[in-house]
Design a binder for this molecule. Structure first.
Ligand code: ATP
Ligand code: ZN
Ligand code: ZN
Length: 746
């Protein structure tokens, strides 16, 4: 490349403000994305430092006017360099602009005013102060007297308190300072988002299988091996204890560690386990922190004041200078994929960051994503297993109940007879119950209450969605049919779109068990700040017998008195219009089951379903991840869905329906023509069709999908489509977004 785009001020909001420089011949090999360079700047050609954030062969100005880069800066291992090259990689692999990627990796740019801790201190000894006090009393200087009296009790006072509560003016303080009686001091007070725990960590001796994993990892690390590990450990097998052990060793060796966990499980309970062990060498990052708090965590990380950062996706960009390990817990979680450009997956990005700075990665889950498990089986990742809970703690017994049988037996309650009996037992024994209603993506799928049939698209094997115009629509390919008045399979009239809410479950539970104390956790009850924590800690403290909730309650919680988990309608997420629906259902059921019997008391689980023969439910019931994986991979291979293949979603949004629809057709046609002209292999295009969310905020959404084995070919298609739409007049007022291997359908 001949030219480099250089950004001279990364603290600036507008990262688009770049300057083009010529790369001198002798620097060609070293002038890479992210590298820090010295360049002449401004009229006086003053030498300043900047970062390379783009490379090209085309000059943006008259060539004579482009100044050359002076040198590569000595200190080129700067953390910013690493993060900028990471941004370049994200741009190339997830199809965003460099600016979007930079904003993600360098999120806190403006210096936020730092909080200061100001104090007033006595500059004299107690005796001397006493003497001054007597003098001021005689002069009747009331303010000075008040302050001196307090200083005699306590030689260091909080400035704000002195000013506001003691009511001493600034000028009085200044006068006393001039006289050498007091002095004022300020120190930067870093906001620490977590209050220190009062309790200490319970001491855990790792079981032999846990210890073996920790030892193996550390042995490889010491041998200089850097790679990705997948820790597949059943729920409650002690994955977190293994992480803690490994982190302890890494820190002893001066390394820093990032622990990624899904925002939803970033609960007090989880964070405390780390705090109890590592004290204030840990910090957290989450969306609830103020801008100032976030800024402080970045500064603390960069200065080496902390060793461990815990947080969701964004914590991945913590500017640690000496990162040794990235742990990604619950690696299967969909929330690790960003929904806004750059639509990056934190797993792939973590692996790339680790590669850039010589760190290793541990992915952990009881229900690994098919993506990761496939790579582990193929040897790309090292697979560690914890297949049992050890000692007293046993995996729960799982009962699968066929809801069609309940209907036949005239049980119209939402609680099956089995669940009802077990609940009564638990309430008598004063043990706790969790009732889980799986609501994700339930809206709109249509099923028969007599035979359990779910209406699907004949071309896509994806459930149809009912629309208020009385039609059933496939959101993958646009196929439509009339809403039937009876079940096409058994003829029953009980065919309807499905949906039950947590509120209803709570009501029913109250009716059936009037003496039980019930808590409900869902979007409504956790809206206010701290709502989550309040409910969870009330439940942990035994202030309720039953906790009712959505998927929110399944994540990572460890309640020793929970011995029964009821999953009320396991099918609800099975028929989301999404190729990942089965995987997600299996994960939810397994994770929810995993909340039962985590301590000495043994646990039971009841899975209620209309589809007991569905593989997600069968294998979740047996706790058999391997068989589920095999079965689901067959389907992905057959349909060419990830991870058997790759898929790119192209979303076209427009204020005008007509225009948006036309634009999405234009794009698919252009792709075809391009293929023919360039004699490329044919792309496999599905759609275009109106998106599942076909209109949002008065904006119409259309989408199509391209399936392709070769990821690079998908990138090429993206580059073509991107260029095509940016330079065509028909696309005025239309935006096009790309999503690679999407987590949700559009
Ligand atoms: N070796 C051990 N000795 C004593 N207690 C242990 C041991 N290992 C794990 N535990 C305890 O068992 C419980 C479950 O362990 P932990 O939360 O680490 O499991 P996990 O695999 O991370 O669970 P999940 O994936 O379900 O969230 C915790 O209370 C933990 O302290
Ligand atoms: Zn039927
Ligand atoms: Zn279809």
């Amino acid at each position: 490349m001949k030219y480099a785009d250089i950004i001279v001020d990364i603290s600036h909001e507008d990262l688009d403000r770049t300057y083009q420089y010529l790369i001198p011949e002798e620097l060609k090999e070293r002038a890479l994305l992210g590298v820090q360079v010295l360049v002449p700047f401004g009229k006086g050609n003053r030498q300043i430092k900047g970062y390379i954030i783009g490379l090209s062969d085309l000059p943006k100005w008259k060539e004579e006017a482009i100044k050359p880069i002076t040198a590569i800066a000595e200190d080129t291992l700067m953390i910013e360099s690493q993060l900028i090259s990471l941004a370049g990689w994200m741009k190339d692999n997830f199809g965003s602009t460099m600016n979007e990627a930079l904003k993600t990796v360098l999120p806190v740019k403006k210096t936020v005013k730092q909080k200061e801790n100001r104090v007033i201190k006595a500059a004299l000894s107690g005796e001397e102060l006493q003497a001054v006090l007597e003098g001021e009393k005689k002069k009747n200087n009331k303010g000075r007297v008040r302050l001196l009296e307090e200083l005699l009790k306590n030689p260091s006072l909080d400035y704000e308190w002195v000013k506001n509560t003691l009511n001493i003016s600034l000028s009085t303080m200044k006068d006393l300072e001039k006289l050498g009686i007091i002095h004022r001091e300020a120190s930067v007070l870093y906001r620490n988002p977590v209050k220190q725990p009062s309790t200490v960590a319970k001491s855990v001796v790792l079981s032999p299988s846990q210890q073996e994993i920790a030892d193996d990892f550390l042995k490889e690390y010491h041998e200089g091996i850097r790679k990705t590990y997948l820790l597949h450990g059943v729920t409650g097998s002690g994955k977190t204890e293994v992480y803690i052990k490994i982190i302890e060793e890494m820190i002893k060796e001066g390394k820093q560690v990032i622990v990624l966990i899904p925002e939803i499980s970033l609960t007090y309970q989880t964070v405390m386990r780390f705090y109890q062990k590592f004290g204030d060498r840990v910090s957290i990052m989450n969306s609830k922190l103020s801008q100032g708090e976030k800024y402080d965590q970045y500064v603390r990380a960069k200065n080496g004041d902390i060793d461990i950062m815990i947080g969701p996706r964004s914590a991945l960009f913590t500017p640690f200078q000496d990162l040794g390990l990235i742990i990604m817990d619950e690696e299967h979680e969909g929330s690790y994929k960003s929904e806004n450009p750059p639509k990056y997956h934190a797993r792939e990005t973590a692996i790339e960051r680790a590669r850039l700075c010589g760190a290793s990665v541990i992915l952990g889950s009881a229900t690994p994503s098919l993506e990761s498990y496939k790579k582990a089986l193929e040897g790309e990742y090292t697979l560690y297993r914890l297949s049992e809970r050890e000692g007293e703690r046993k995996m729960p017994v799982i009962w699968t109940v066929d809801l069609r049988e309940e209907l036949k037996a005239r049980n119209k309650s939402i609680f099956s007879r089995k669940l009802q009996t077990l609940m009564e037992e638990r309430l008598k024994r004063k043990e706790q119950i969790m009732l889980f209603i799986n609501r994700r993506g339930y809206a709109g799928f249509v099923s028969c209450r007599s035979c359990g049939l779910v209406l699907k698209c004949p071309h896509c094997d994806i459930s149809l969605t009912s629309h208020n115009n009385g039609k059933l629509v496939c959101h993958y390919c646009g196929y439509e049919e009339e809403f039937p008045d009876k079940c096409p399979s058994c003829g029953s009239k009980y065919i309807a779109s499905f949906g039950t809410g947590t509120q209803k479950v709570e009501e029913m539970a109250k009716k059936e068990f009037p003496h039980a104390r019930i808590l409900r956790m869902d979007m409504d009850t956790t809206k206010k700040k701290g709502g989550h924590e309040e409910i969870l800690s009330a439940f942990a403290n035994g202030q309720a017998d039953i906790l009712v909730g959505t998927q929110m309650i399944v994540k990572g919680h460890d309640f020793p008195r929970v011995t029964l988990v009821g999953i009320l309608a396991a099918d609800l997420s099975l028929y989301a219009a999404d190729f990942r629906a089965s995987e997600r259902t299996f994960q939810l059921l397994t994770q929810a089951s995993g909340r039962a019997g985590r301590a000495e008391l043994s646990g039971e689980v009841v899975i209620q379903t209309y589809q007991p023969e569905h593989h997600s439910i069968v294998y979740a019931g047996k706790g058999d991840y391997e068989e589920f994986y095999k079965r689901e991979m067959l389907y992905r291979k057959l349909m060419s869905y990830p991870p058997a293949s790759h898929i790119m979603a192209v979303l076209v949004v427009s204020k005008e329906e007509e225009k948006g629809s036309k634009a999405s057709e234009l794009l698919t046609k252009a792709l075809k023509q391009w293929e023919e002209k360039e004699e490329l292999m044919e792309y496999h295009v599905i759609g275009p069709a109106p998106a599942r969310l076909s209109k949002a905020n008065d904006i119409f959404r259309f989408c199509f999908y391209i399936k392709e084995d070769d990821y690079q070919r998908l990138m090429a298609a993206k580059d073509f489509l991107d260029g095509f739409y940016r330079f065509s007049d028909e696309f005025q007022g239309i935006a096009v977004q790309f999503d690679f291997d999407p987590m949700n359908s559009y």
